[in-house]
Design a protein around this ligand. Structure first.
Ligand code: NAD
Length: 416
């Protein structure tokens, strides 16, 4: 199934369960605007190359569109459209005043010099300049983009627009130019808070639960640290090279030290009691909680049949296939969906944007306290729909989001 078809399927399942109006369903079935650009760049060897870029704004009825920009060789229009639609749903689930956007450039930046990547980034932003801005569409980092790239975007935008410093045009900036310190760990923090909210609701102790995490990057590492702080045993983690497992619990700080800033691959990690696993092994390991925090489409039909966790908390975007989802539901395994579980990142991005607009900056504690409140309210609303409609938690989260979007469409009398 094409990835945009997956999004449509998820929206349609919720629409049917809740009786969404045909009008709203039709409006959000296609993105509002997708801009394709061709980015010419003079490479270090003197040749000129063209890179394809996209910015998609799925729907902005609840506020300016918001979402990351990824630099990856597999970027395509369909993927960008799907990720933008998920952002529309995600922002509405946590009730922040945004619609969904996403962007991408089809390039493998690991094969280029920093100077070439900077030229691509600046030219991409120059080409999408007419449709972005703090009140229209606010990009952020995603796969292979980071604070440095956001600094280039911000600088390009400000220089193109009368030299006005406009930090609110992008989030995920370095703190010195209006970024927010808590942003890098925010998604992992949101995943942890959501897991804690679920266990509280189920009247079960989170402390002592065994956790396996696929993907040991930004999100996986912070989730591992914070869940460990709450007394969980992190028994297995993995990256693109495979996984490591210790049924007694990994020494997670030691693993983080080993991985380091350079992101050393886990295949080289050695310690007594630690065994190595392949990538499927981590997903089907004997654990209480499984956190996919790497890529989309990992919990396939085959994996779902063998999965042993009682609870799956989706930190990655779209890690469960439609067939996998169906099997997990039949097997009674609770899946906390991405649009709720990983919404901590966009929520803290929203805080960054608010602070940029006001030129007033909060403490890290204040940011984390506000995040906790938003994640709890969103969890409670989703759980309420989960019980009311007797659906899975993904459908419940979509119902929460679609109800808000529908109200927004009605309140603005959006389509005539
Ligand atoms: P990252 O690049 O920092 O880390 C990704 C991890 O996944 C790395 O450890 C990498 O080795 C591993 N990985 C890559 N390919 C793999 C494979 N085939 N099998 C197993 N592991 C593999 O990325 P991140 O920022 O941690 O994001 C992880 C996921 O979370 C992505 O799906 C992303 O879209 C989603 N997400 C991230 C944020 C955020 O704030 N960073 C917010 C929302 C959602």
């Amino acid at each position: 199934m094409e990835i945009y078809e997956v999004v449509k399927h998820q929206i349609n399942s919720a629409a049917e369960a809740m009786g969404l109006s045909k009008k709203t369903q039709t409006i959000i079935s296609e993105p509002m605007r997708t801009l394709e650009v061709s980015i010419p760049v003079e490479m270090n060897d003197g040749s000129v190359e063209i890179f394809k870029g996209y910015r998609c704004q799925h729907n902005n009825v609840l506020g300016p569109t918001k979402g990351g920009v990824r630099f990856h060789q597999d970027v395509n229009e369909n993927e960008v459209k799907s990720l933008a639609a998920w952002m529309t749903i995600k922002c509405a689930v946590v009730n922040i005043p945004y619609g969904g956007g996403k962007g991408g450039v089809k390039v493998d930046p690991t094969k280029l010099s920093e100077n070439e990547v900077e030229k691509i980034a600046r030219e991409f932003f120059r080409l999408i300049d007419p449709i972005v801005g703090p009140e229209t569409d606010i990009p952020a980092p995603d796969v292979n983009t980071n604070g440095k790239v956001m600094g280039w975007f911000y600088d390009t935008y400000s220089k193109l627009n009368g030299n006005k410093n406009t930090p609110g045009v992008v989030t995920g900036k370095p703190p010195i130019i209006g970024g927010i310190k808590a942003r890098s760990g925010a998604t992992g923090r949101g995943v942890t808070l959501t897991t804690a909210n679920l266990f509280n609701e189920l009247d079960k102790e989170l402390s002592g639960q065994r956790v396996a995490i696929q993907g040991f990057g930004n999100v996986g590492i912070s989730a591992a640290q914070l869940l460990k702080e709450r007394g969980c045993e992190i028994i297995a983690v993995s990256d693109v090279s495979g996984g490591i497992h210790d049924p007694e619990g990994l020494d997670i700080e030691d693993v983080i030290d080993y991985v380091g800033e350079e992101r050393n691959l886990l295949e080289g990690y050695q310690k007594d009691g630690v065994e190595h696993l392949d990538n499927k092994g981590i997903l089907t390991i004997d654990t209480d909680i499984l956190i996919p925090a790497a890529l989309e489409n990992q919990l396939t039909e085959e994996v779902a049949k063998e999965l042993k966790a009682e609870v799956v908390v989706e930190a990655a975007n779209g890690p469960t296939s439609i067939e996998g989802d169906k099997i997990l539901k039949e097997r009674g395994i609770i899946v906390v969906p991405d649009v709720l579980a990983n919404a901590g990142g966009v929520t803290v991005s929203y805080f960054e944007w608010v602070q940029n607009l006001y030129n007033f900056y909060w403490s890290e504690k204040e940011t984390n306290d506000r995040l906790k409140r938003i994640m709890k309210d969103a969890f409670d609303e989703v759980y309420e729909k989960y019980e009311e409609y007797d659906v899975d938690m993904r459908t419940a989260a979509y119902i929460v989001a679609l109800e808000r979007i529908e109200k927004g469409i009605e309140a603005r009398d959006w389509v005539k």
